[in-house]
Design a protein around this ligand. Structure first.
Ligand SMILES: NC(=O)C1=CN([C@@H]2O[C@H](COP(=O)(O)OP(=O)(O)OC[C@H]3O[C@@H](n4cnc5c(N)ncnc54)[C@H](OP(=O)(O)O)[C@@H]3O)[C@@H](O)[C@H]2O)C=CC1
Ligand SMILES: Nc1nc(=O)c2c([nH]1)NC[C@@H]1CN(c3ccc(C(=O)N[C@@H](CCC(=O)O)C(=O)O)cc3)C=[N+]21
Length: 295
């Protein structure tokens, strides 16, 4: 392996420690701890695991946690009513409704119902629009985590060629907006992109957010490029067990890239740290306090 390993786990721990300190200062000034409400609908095992690690990290950072576990058969109306209660609850600074939602519920409607100033996922159209127009926004956690890793690895990103593979509203699109904000030259690739390997080969920075196990190969990568692997894919191994792999063929790409994030231990932990960070930012804004610079 020649690439430098970007340690997302370590970066996440350090951000979580900064959040913990800032949460203490907030509690002194505001007379209450920042609060995060998590909502899990149904029994999807992966979702349950993620929500559990979010709740654990919330407590460790000294934030108040309000968890709501709803039945698989919950109606859209009942979920919207819970969101309205959380919007009105003064103790709640952030609301996270875990996706995906069961099919009887329109996720877009639920996201739209979350108060934009409590939208710590950054999925509400108002926050997406604010990000796109360069205004202060709550920024989606995964792309924000990727940006923090890129800045720590590369410093100034201006003038770099960045290729984002994937154009979803929760990863690819906001990632592209953040990189434009850093003055990178940004290309967004997707399933209709012609000659994807050729496009990726131009990149100094590759962000893969596709959802296809180990799709990005070594001969797509410009030597020395920085590779951020957002993908979380559970694949079956020969011994019948599951294993987590990214969207990048790590063992071969790490021979060519300059730096690369592993899966697990890369972007995933940063997503959770950024959720705590966003909750703290939301708490400060709601309380009329200045957001600490280091966050
Ligand atoms: N680490 C973390 O914290 C997180 C990880 N993830 C992971 O990131 C990955 C992406 O998530 P998400 O954005 O929600 O996924 P989506 O399925 O919403 O989007 C996938 C994107 O990849 C594009 N795509 C699919 N197949 C190809 C292909 N063969 N070639 C080029 N582009 C392709 C799609 O194109 P088109 O638009 O044309 O269909 C789409 O834009 C998943 O593995 C997910 O598990 C997601 C969130 C958080
Ligand atoms: N409203 C909402 N917001 C989200 O941010 C959201 C969501 N819904 N739905 C699902 C995706 C996925 N996601 C991950 C978070 C952490 C890890 C993570 O910590 N992964 C560990 C490994 C975890 C494991 O071993 O399974 C790692 O990469 O090291 C992964 C994925 C957040 N998401």
């Amino acid at each position: 392996m020649t690439a430098r390993l970007i340690d997302g786990k370590a970066a996440a721990l350090s951000l979580r420690e900064q959040v913990r300190v800032a949460a203490g200062t907030f509690a002194q000034a505001a007379g209450r701890r920042p609060g995060l409400a998590t909502v899990l609908v149904g029994e999807d095992p992966a979702s349950a695991v993620y929500v559990r690690s979010k709740i654990k990290a919330t407590g460790e950072a000294g934030l108040e946690s309000f968890h709501h576990k709803l039945d698989d058969a919950t109606s859209e109306e009942d979920l919207l009513s819970l969101v309205a209660d959380l919007n009105a609850d003064e103790r709640v600074d952030g609301i996270l409704v875990q996706l995906p939602l069961p099919t009887q519920i329109d996720a877009a409607k639920v996201i739209d119902a979350i108060s934009p100033d409590k939208d710590v996922d950054g999925f509400h159209a108002l926050n997406a629009g604010r990000l796109a127009t360069g205004l202060d926004a709550l920024v989606p956690c995964t792309p924000l985590g990727c940006l923090k890793l890129l800045r720590a690895e590369l410093g100034d990103l201006s003038g770099k060629n960045a290729v984002v593979i994937g154009r979803s509203n929760i990863v690819g699109k906001p990632m592209a907006m953040l990189l434009i904000g850093e003055s990178a030259t940004v290309t967004v690739a997707h399933s209709r992109t012609a000659d994807l390997p050729g496009v990726v080969r131009q990149a100094d920075i590759v962000v893969a957010a596709v959802g296809r196990p180990e799709m990005v190969k070594a001969d797509w990568i410009k030597p020395g490029a920085t590779v951020i692997d957002v993908g979380i894919n559970r694949v079956l191994t020969d011994d019948g067990k599951g294993r987590l792999v990214g969207d990048v063929a790590f063992s071969e790409v790490s021979q060519v890239a300059g730096a690369i994030t592993p899966v697990p231990g890369g972007v995933g932990p940063m997503t959770i740290a950024c959720l705590l960070r966003n909750t703290l930012v939301a708490a400060h804004r709601r309380a009329g306090l200045t957001v600490p610079q280091e966050l």
